[in-house]
Design a protein around this ligand. Structure first.
Ligand code: PGA
Length: 264
C-alpha cells in the first residue's frame, strides 16, 4: 500500500452487456480514456465470460488502453465441471486479472472459503492476478466484527498461496452493505480496512515477506461513483477501485478513471 505503483481501476460488469454491447462499450470508453492521463492508472474491464474473446479482439485491434479481467474461474485446469471456466482458458484469452470470491459468488452461489482458497493459487499459476474480495455484512459491522471478518477472509484466501506469491494478490474491500446500495463506506472505514488487510497479509507472510507484503494493493468497492472515487484514493489510502454499476456506462467509468488519475 502506498507503493507509488499505478492505481488500479476495475469495472465489474457482472451479468450485463452481451458481446455486442461489450464491444461498443469498450469503443466508447476508449474515446473517452484517450483524454485522461493513463500513465498513473491501470484500467481493467471484467465482462461476462461469453464476451471475453470479442473484447480481447477489439482491445488488440484498436490498441485500447484497457486490460481484460474475468469475474470468476474454477480452480482446476480442466475436467468434468459442467458450466465452469478454467484459469488456463482465461489466460489464453489474455486475461490479466480475475475477481475471486466476490460476495455475490459467496452469497448467491454458495462459494465456500475452501473454494476461494483453491482459486487464488490457480489464478497465480497462470500468470494472472487474483483480486480477492473481502468485506463484512451489516450484522457483522453492527456487532463490531469487521476487523475479525476481514482478517479471517484474508488469511483463508492466502492459505494455499506460496509465500513468494502473496505480494501479487490484490484485495478488494467490499463491505456487503455498500454494494449496489448507494451507501458507500466512508474514507475512515477504508483506512481501517486497508490497515487490517495489510496486517493480515503480513501475518500470512509470517515475517518472511513482510516487506514485500507491504506492497499489497487494496482496492475499495461498493457504490463508487465519479463524485466519491478520488476520495477513496486520496483520503482512504486505497490503491484503486472495484466499480460495479458505475462501470457499465463509458461516461461514468471514464469520469472515475479521470478523477483518480487527477489525484495519483
Ligand atoms: P457497485 O458494485 O459499484 O455497483 O456497488 C461493486 C461490486 O460489486 O464490485
Amino acid at each position: 500500500m502506498g507503493t507509488g505503483i499505478n492505481k488500479l481501476i476495475c469495472g465489474n460488469w457482472k451479468m450485463h452487456h452481451d458481446h455486442l454491447q461489450a464491444v461498443s462499450t469498450l469503443q466508447a470508453l476508449s474515446l473517452r480514456l484517450q483524454a485522461a492521463n493513463l500513465s498513473k492508472v491501470e484500467v481493467v474491464v471484467h465482462p461476462p465470460f461469453v464476451d471475453l474473446r470479442s473484447c480481447q479482439t477489439v482491445i488488440e485491434d484498436r490498441h485500447i488502453p484497457v486490460l481484460l479481467g474475468a469475474q470468476n474461474c474454477h480452480s482446476e485446469d480442466s475436467g468434468a465441471y459442467t458450466g465452469e471456466v478454467s484459469p488456463a482458458m482465461l489466460a489464453r484469452l489474455a486475461v490479466s486479472y480475475v475477481i475471486v470470491g466476490h460476495s455475490e459468488r459467496r452469497r448467491l452461489f454458495h462459494e465456500s472459503d475452501a473454494d476461494i482458497a483453491a482459486k487464488v493459487p490457480a489464478v497465480l499459476r497462470y500468470g494472472m492476478t487474483p483480486i480477492v474480495c473481502v468485506g463484512e455484512d451489516e450484522q457483522e459491522r453492527d456487532a463490531g466484527r469487521t476487523m475479525e471478518r476481514l482478517e479471517s477472509q484474508v488469511s483463508i484466501s492466502l492459505s494455499k498461496v506460496k509465500k513468494v506469491g502473496i505480494p501479487s494478490v490484490v484485495f478488494a474491500y467490499e463491505p456487503l452493505w455498500a454494494i449496489g446500495s448507494g451507501n458507500p463506506a466512508t474514507t475512515e472505514d477504508a483506512l481501517v480496512a486497508r490497515d487490517t488487510i495489510a496486517r493480515a497479509v503480513a501475518r500470512a507472510s509470517r515475517g518472511v515477506a513482510v516487506e514485500k507484503g507491504s506492497g499489497t494493493r487494496v482496492l475499495y468497492g461498493g457504490s463508487v461513483v465519479p463524485e466519491n472515487a478520488a476520495d477513496f484514493v486520496k483520503k482512504g489510502g486505497m490503491d484503486g477501485l472495484l466499480v460495479g454499476g458505475a462501470s457499465l456506462s463509458p461516461e461514468s467509468f471514464a469520469a472515475i478513471v479521470e478523477a483518480v488519475a487527477a489525484v495519483s
